[in-house]
Write a protein that binds this ligand. Sequence first.
Ligand SMILES: NC(=O)C1=CN([C@@H]2O[C@H](COP(=O)(O)OP(=O)(O)OC[C@H]3O[C@@H](n4cnc5c(N)ncnc54)[C@H](O)[C@@H]3O)[C@@H](O)[C@H]2O)C=CC1
Ligand SMILES: CC(=O)C(=O)O
Ligand SMILES: [Mg+2]
Length: 573
Amino acid sequence: MVVSDNEQFRVALRGEAILTHPRWNKGTAFTRKERKALGLTGRLPDRVNSLDEQCDRAYDQYLSRDAPLRKNTFLQSMRDQNWVLYYSLISRHLREMIPIIYTPTEAEAISNYSHLFRRSEGLYLTFSHQDSMEEDFLEQTRGRHIDLVVCSDAEAILGIGDQGVGGIGISTAKAAIYTLLAGMDPSKTLSVTLDVGTDNKDLLNDRLYVGWPHNRVRGEEYDKFLDKFVQLVRKYHPHSLLHFEDFGVSNAERLLDIYRDQHAVFNDDVQGTGAVTLACVMSAAGVTKSTLADQRIVIYGAGTAGLGIARQLRDGMVTLDDLPREEANKRFYLLDRFGLIKDSLGPDKIREDLREFVRADAEWEDVPTNVRGEIGLLEVVRKLRPTVLIGCSTQAGAFTEEVVKEMAKGTERPIILPLSNPSRLHEVTPQQANDWTNGKALLATGSPFPPCKMPNGKDYVIAECNNALIYPGLGFGAMLAQSRTLTDTMIIAGTRRLASLAPALKDPDDALLPDFGDAPEVNFEVAIAVAEQAIEEGSAGVDWKKEEVRDKVRERQWKPIYGEYVYDPQGDS
Ligand SMILES: NC(=O)C1=CN([C@@H]2O[C@H](COP(=O)(O)OP(=O)(O)OC[C@H]3O[C@@H](n4cnc5c(N)ncnc54)[C@H](O)[C@@H]3O)[C@@H](O)[C@H]2O)C=CC1
Ligand SMILES: CC(=O)C(=O)O
Ligand SMILES: [Mg+2]
């Protein structure tokens, strides 16, 4: 459904039913004719408002809330009431409001989920009710056309760990970002929490916790539960995109591998983060006039995001710089809680999926270790003098002054990307990294940060290297092209398009990635690149010509505009 001005809808709802339906509700914007036809004249105050007037009023109400969390709950309740107003208001204040409905504030909302709970916001599939999963699923989706399913089991939410049933908050936030930044029709999205319990003791001990009060289910039982859900999505919505968000490290990559050939699946933390970081490093390499293959890359935190980034950067070197895969793997040095990932750590400490990035001990014989034989970040940086340092460890302050200064000794423009969310968990603040390198560092962060003051007094704009700059376009492009899978080459095509839009390409002192205020245009371009690539490689289910793609994508974007309603008992509801 693409809404344009004056588009007419036949709706089967009247009275209270239409006023309480967020897809159809217009509040004071119902026209006099509609009020009469839909039984609303006595249910609304006299004055008919335009959408502009409604946005002005809503913005004043928003501003009257001081704390970010209060602003978040205000917007949340607006979404429950009126989608057009919600998306229209946020689109008008995108830079200001994205941090409120997404990282960092959404993390706070999720961690308080049970205390803030007001009403259902998606599909809650609970392990203990798995016998009725199909029934529960159909109850919400029967007769609906679903293009996008966003699901989370909430084991690793936005850097704040296991949040149990509160994971519904990340599914709804990510789905809302698809609508805001790519134009996904919200009536065709489904947000799901897979409540398989939680190991978060605070939640389990909280008498107000609204999720299933049970330890997290793992192993075969978990896999069966997940499979049952994925097969329902495949059966009833075979052309949908299934987006996985914030799964734990033992499941994220594994589930992607299991299902990637069966359905169009996408893991945002692995693939979305990998893609935006590749674009960011391409942009920084443009500033330093080097290639991807020239980089020596240290990744601190080898979890879901860390591994996803390593693989995507590696694939970038292979595809864009023609480097053999083995050669490309050697450009990476991954560290986790046991320090540098090297052979002698053994299988207990090295996950199988990290295998191709394990370093040989022989390379490090001359480097001091701690009492447990581990090699820390400072030692790695001292020996290697990396050109790129990426943080996805959730360890605030891990990039110390010593580490950053040591890095700066070996490279003219150190590329430093503290990507952990929320803001309080960043490995280094941009201003610190900037000060410690005399303004030489090329920086981007995972959550929004204000510009840094450079030694020359100018501002250096800090790019937000967050997967939201690319995943909506990747998913929307794949969905529109009706691609059976979201291939690695489609992701690379979207990434290259994003990198081509980096402000630093035109001015090396400018941000490494486009501003979030421009994220809708950026994701539009990404969606086009992805759909074009799907068509070119034959994975698309549509028979568009490449030159038609731009117009097709534009035509299919949902816009927050009110249509005109006509009452029809056989119409939509
Ligand atoms: N900017 C972006 O777009 C994204 C940012 N992130 C952020 O990245 C961070 C990590 O997320 P995930 O990879 O999903 O979590 P994860 O839990 O899978 O990975 C974190 C890793 O850091 C390691 N770690 C913990 N303490 C450490 C220490 N002292 N030294 C070195 N490593 C240590 C853990 O062992 C784990 O392997 C989170 O803050 C998350 O919000 C994640 C996805 C996207
Ligand atoms: C941005 C995101 O996906 C995360 O922090 O998990
Ligand atoms: Mg995530």
